[in-house]
Write a protein that binds this ligand. Structure first.
Ligand code: SF4
Length: 382
């Protein structure tokens, strides 16, 4: 592991970022002040997943190594993993994708886990599995499995297409496959569920609205009697709390004050929470703009952007190359879900304060490159 950690450090470490952190998270250079959030970047789950993937590359250097999807949601890190000779399978592989696997191959499960049926298929082939699933994700699985055992439907606050939520939903089926789940994305969908709990409705219309977000035999007339709310570990805490409060009220009203048919487990992970709290703290200070660095498909990074845009101009970039010039930058628009170009993003003013944060899947070297690029564009390269 010491060899592996040295290699990981070499790829992702940043002396500059560490030294800014050591000085309280602020750097003034020329007429530019850069303020870093207290907590940002790689979380413990991501660090462990990357260490294990690098270790697998060393230990099984004579074998084919495959990764189920992406190790984490960061294209630069995934490119490094592929450069180690680890082949990426699709996150939702078709039978023909798995047909290339042989019993002597090694398969890495990413930090957000994988669907139970997919793991079973890989085991059936006989591959060696290197499971990097984060412990915090497994805690959610424990909750939803318990729901299944007790005949409670798991309402999962998450993104139905996200690997972690799909993996969690598969565990909500329980050991016998009889468990039920329903995935809700936001308050809009939660209101529709609460409405059905209180007033019933048209089951066909309900199922159509939640197509692809329920267990196979989900029946809203039967499976909203006893519910337990859990969440994808990387959701926005305020939204998750609003969702559970709303559903709890609906159940309590329907059952005339009896809350025994409702459960809630806060499964937002500590790392996500720390990054959100640190950003709120950063935003309480004077800032002219905020840069959020991370993979565009990263859930926890997207929520940092959601927090930022409520307060000030916020730009979600993948890496420093997005900062094309002081006039123009490419950034991800979370509403249109596409990369767009904006102009005049870097205010031309003598004293500028730029806030910087990054999602749990963003390494420090990308943050350093971003800092250097901003200072260069301000005319005072480091
Ligand atoms: S974001 Fe949270 S759940 Fe995901 S890998 Fe990091 S610590 Fe684990």
């Amino acid at each position: 592991m010491s060899h592996v950690q040295a290699q990981v450090e070499k790829h992702y470490h940043s002396e500059l970022v560490e030294s800014i952190r050591a000085q309280g998270g602020s750097l003034r250079f020329g007429k530019t002040t850069l303020r870093l959030a207290k907590e940002f970047g790689f979380c413990y789950g991501v660090e462990r997943a990357i260490d294990l993937a690098y270790a697998a590359g060393k230990v099984f250097s004579d074998r084919n190594i495959y990764l189920l999807g992406e190790i984490i949601h960061n294209p630069d890190v995934n490119a490094q993993i592929e450069a180690l000779g680890i082949h990426c399978l699709p996150a939702r592989p078709k039978p023909e994708d798995l047909a290339i696997l042989n019993p002597e191959d090694v398969v890495i499960v990413p930090a957000f886990g994988a669907e139970a049926s997919l793991i079973a298929l890989v085991k059936e082939i006989g591959c060696q599995i290197v499971d990097t699933t984060c412990g915090d994700v497994m805690s959610v699985w424990k909750r939803v499995r318990q729901n299944a055992t007790e005949g409670v439907t798991s309402i999962i606050h998450g993104k139905a297409e996200h690997e972690e939520t799909r993996a969690t939903a598969s565990r909500a089926l329980g050991a016998d496959g009889q468990g039920q789940y329903l995935i809700v994305l936001d308050m809009d969908e939660t209101r529709a569920v609460a409405d059905y709990i209180l007033h019933d409705g048209d089951p066909a219309a309900f199922l159509q609205r939640f197509a692809g977000k329920t267990s196979e035999h989900f029946d809203p007339a039967l499976h909203l009697k006893r519910i337990g709310v859990a969440n994808q570990t990387t959701m926005l805490r305020s939204e998750t709390e609003a969702i559970q409060t709303h559903l709890r009220s609906a159940i309590t009203e329907r059952d005339k004050g009896d809350t025994s048919h409702f459960r809630y487990f806060d499964t937002i992970c500590g790392a996500t929470q720390d990054r959100q709290d640190s950003l709120f703290h950063l935003l309480s200070e004077p800032l002219d703009l905020l840069i959020v660095v991370g993979g565009y498909n990263s859930s926890n990074t997207t929520h940092l952007v959601e927090i930022g845009i409520q307060k000030l101009p916020t730009y979600f970039i993948r890496n420093a190359s997005c900062l094309t010039s002081e006039k123009e930058l490419r950034h991800f628009d979370i509403h249109s879900k596409s990369e767009i170009t904006s102009c005049d993003w870097l205010p031309y003013q003598p004293d500028l304060i730029v806030g910087i944060t990054a999602g749990a899947s963003c390494p420090n070297n990308l943050i350093e490159e971003t800092i250097r690029r901003i200072l260069t564009l301000r005319g005072t390269p480091l």
